[in-house]
Design a protein around this ligand. Sequence first.
Ligand SMILES: Cc1ncc(COP(=O)(O)O)c(C=O)c1O
Length: 407
Amino acid sequence: MSQRKICYLDNNATTRVAPEVVEAMVPFLSEFWGNPSSSYLFGKQVAKHIEAARAQVAALIHADSREVVFTSCGTESNNSAIHAALVTHPGKRHVLTTAVEHSANIKFCEYLQKRGFEVTFLPVEPDGSLDIHLLEKSIRPDTAIVSVMWANNETGVIFPLEEIAAICRSKGVLCHTDAVQTPGKLKINVAELGVDFLSLSAHKLHAPKGIGLLYIKRRTKYQPYVIGGGQEQGRRGGTENVANIVAFGRAAELAIASLSDENTRIRALRDRLEKSVLAAIPNTFRNGNRESRLPNTSNISFDLVEAEGILMLLDQAGICASSGSACTTGSLDPSHVLTAMGLKPTRSRGSIRFSLGIYNTADDVDYLLQHLPTIIAKLRAVSPVAPHNGAAVHAKHSKAAKYPITS
Ligand SMILES: Cc1ncc(COP(=O)(O)O)c(C=O)c1O
């Protein structure tokens, strides 16, 4: 694998595993590798480290440890919450969600539709915000669950979760939130939020991929989605991924310690990045509400160029970012998030997401600013859609996107 220096501006896709986290997890790969469900001490001793990690992640979200179920990822957590609501309320066959959710939610809802359930995908405003009056009106007597993300992975736009959860409570409907993009960026207090379910994924928080959690509020009816052994108090089958669980716990502990300082620093870096790009490059536009968004995310459209070209040239300079193209499909369909916000395909196809993290410094922003204006100018000079190049307004789009958004 390439060891060249990278300027990593794609922290909403995944984050570097913190050295402290690696250190914490290694003993559970090399030394304490027993099965926590075993009857002998060698296995059993591992179980207490799972519980310590559970307490650490519970502290991150201000929950009781017993309300935390470890899963394999954010996707599983989202699927599990919606599944549980439908299974425990067999008379209710409607799910209310939004058009800008991550595919971990949207695809599962589409799967449910094919199996006869009804799903409403709420539209969003041009700035990516949600009309909560519309949400309230869309709750039906047969709605089993309202599932809305807290912060959008592409734009960083934050939905007013407390208000949404209050509406759900007043209507007696379960409320789930995909909070995968929020740890380390927002303070999470499940009691204040008032949600019934909340999903997290450790790889967005400087822990490894392949571990997530589902918060299940006490006394909420639940049925497991992954059925097998009685692990996680019967709420999730499968031998525990001990090293990753320990890693998640340590990452949570680090995040609690650095939350406010890091966010102030990262927000300032992000604001400088965004302001400088918008000032230095003509015909560029920020996507998403400026105020109500994550402190680390900036989504910018560059008129008359394709994101794929920008990402390719950024990559050549060692800069990692993502485009607003569809996640994982390998197609260059415009981002469903930007489309739902009403962006024309020509504009959304030229959009890039920059997302900063704790390891970014001012040097990274300087390095981007050193390269990006030249890259855009170069691409615009040869753009088939630039009027000065005398070409048609509609560009052809390759179906084999090499640089789709990873979120
Ligand atoms: C908002 C959001 N939800 C869910 C997911 C899925 O999480 P995971 O990769 O752990 O399945 C991601 C990231 O990939 C995300 O950004």
